[in-house]
Structure formats: C-alpha cells, structure tokens
Design a protein around this ligand. Structure first.
Ligand SMILES: [Ca+2]
Ligand SMILES: [Ca+2]
Ligand SMILES: [Ca+2]
Length: 139
C-alpha cells in the first residue's frame, strides 16, 4: 500500500458525458525501483491519481530525490504526462562514527597543570551521513 505522497489530477477538455472521451486513468510510466528487491517504490491509484510510496525502501542517504512520470490516459488512449519530484527530508537515523578506532598521542609530563595556551592535543572528527548534525563529546 504505502503512504500517500501526492494527489495528481488531470483535466480533459472533451465532453465527460460523451463515452469515455474524458474518462481518465492514471498510471506511472517511469517509476523508481528499489535496487535490493526490484520492487517499484511508487504506485498510483488509477482512478483518483493518488500517488503512494512504499516506506520500506526510502533512504535519504542513498537517494535524496526521486523523479517519476505520471500519465493520464483517456478512454481513447490519448495521454498527458507530468513529472513528480519527491525530495526526502532527513531523519537522524545514522550514528556518528569516529574516523579512527584508536587515537594515540604523547603528552609532555610538564603539562601536569595544563598545556600551554592554544595547544591542540588532538582533533577528533566524527562522520555522520545525516544532513544536520551537532555532536557532543564526552571522555
Ligand atoms: Ca480526451
Ligand atoms: Ca537513512
Ligand atoms: Ca538520515
């Protein structure tokens, strides 16, 4: 099923009372496929134009943006298309990683009362693929 993402709607100038001249069916022409399962990530309800996304497969760190092409087809097979761009917002779903497992340094024993001013002992850099990070360090 998936979560509703957007409702697309098309308009057909033909007479809605004349056969299926203006009876529209929605479909997805260019879909995005999950690389692991081969499953289509988006689906559209043929009558309403409601586009849904399968939540399992969305990952901003892998694909921050998706482009799909939605088509409206009338009863005579005439088509109109448009592109839907879906941008994922970020969830904090990745732990930060320190770039090294072991940090090895030597400290002068005369620094017992603190090192001279402006001495950088070690600069620790974490890596985190999420978009907005603020880190707290603790020894
Ligand atoms: Ca038509
Ligand atoms: Ca993620
Ligand atoms: Ca994230």
């Amino acid at each position: 099923m998936g979560v509703p993402v957007v409702l697309v709607s098309a308009w057909d100038a033909d007479d809605a009372d004349e056969g299926a001249n203006a009876q529209l069916t929605y479909s997805i022409e260019k879909n995005v496929v999950d690389e692991r399962t081969g499953e289509a990530i988006f689906s559209v309800e043929p009558r309403s134009g409601l586009v849904r996304a399968v939540l399992c497969c969305l990952d901003r760190e892998t694909s921050p943006e998706y482009h799909i092409q939605v088509v409206a087809t009338d009863g005579g097979g005439l088509k109109g298309t448009s592109t839907v761009v879906v941008r994922l917002s970020d969830e904090n779903d990745n732990p930060p990683r320190l770039v090294r497992q072991l940090w090895d340094l030597e400290v002068d024993e005369t620094w017992g009362n603190g090192p001279p001013d402006n001495t950088t002992l070690l600069k620790i850099t974490p890596k985190d693929p999420d978009a907005n990070n603020s880190f707290f360090f603790r020894l």
